[in-house]
Design a protein around this ligand. Sequence first.
Ligand SMILES: [Fe+2]
Ligand SMILES: [Fe+2]
Length: 329
Amino acid sequence: MTDAGGGPYIEDMTPGGEVAGTYGVAGKRLRSFRDPSRGRFLQLRLRDVTGSIAGLLWEGAEEVAESFSVGDVLRVRGQVEEYRGQKQLVLQSLDPSPAESVRPERFIPPSPRSLDEMERELWRRVEMVEDPHLSQLLLILFQEEETYSSFITAPAGKTVHHNYLHGLLEHSLEVVSILTREDCTDEMDTDLLITGGLLHDVGKIEEYFCRAAIGYTDEGRLLGHIVMGDAMLRKALRRVPDISRRRALHLRHLLLSHHGKQEYGSPVLPQTPEAVALHHADLYSGRVGQVRIVADGAAESGGDWSEFDPMLGRYVWVASEKEAGQADE
Ligand SMILES: [Fe+2]
Ligand SMILES: [Fe+2]
């Protein structure tokens, strides 16, 4: 894997090598030396998209420890050593990295789907919308450079589902695909379904930040993506003055009700066929994605079953077929 400008990736580090690069802080502890007169040293867990490594700073640890927190990105210099069979990085220096220089793809994996392919699909969906007002609304949002770049980059979750770069785009397209299956949309307003499907989680572009890890912004925690998405939608709707009151209301209702229940964060229950459909398509995409993440985690650790997942309230079985010759008796 190439270093993308941030120094070597952790999986490529070899004992004896010198390292200068940027890494996320996944853990941080000041520990006392055995000889208490030497004060304390800093023990870090540094990470990137390929893995994690222990980082140790022997000198000047107490002064520098104040200058950063877990979740920050550091620019470090050091040497890779091996200790008890594990690689570790003995640091000569470390500095907090300025926010604008952090490239989230160095720390957060991307969607398994190709971004190019998903962008093409997004524009195909936008072009399918025949209603001129909804079409205008989508163009207002997606032709605005910052909104578009955030929409195609953002994750759709921190841990639960589509929790990787471009996850929001992947999830939104999946919801639209489910909603536009021809055999079940006869009586539905397809333009509204596509627009609602694409925009239902648009607030997530401001709900999360991506640095060394995906985290919640203050607004995300305090307001949530439904309220934030509605504010973005209302702002964009003001630039479509000819849209009818009922149509604008219906679209806002789709966004506000998409979690389906008040205890899941929607202020209102879905009250039209399109809103019920969006809620179920969202649940389908989210829940299947959630089970897939748990199953993949279990498969990676070599098990047939996941640990009990408290969010799902169940164990998940790794259902993939075993290789030939390994079939169960
Ligand atoms: Fe949502
Ligand atoms: Fe969603």
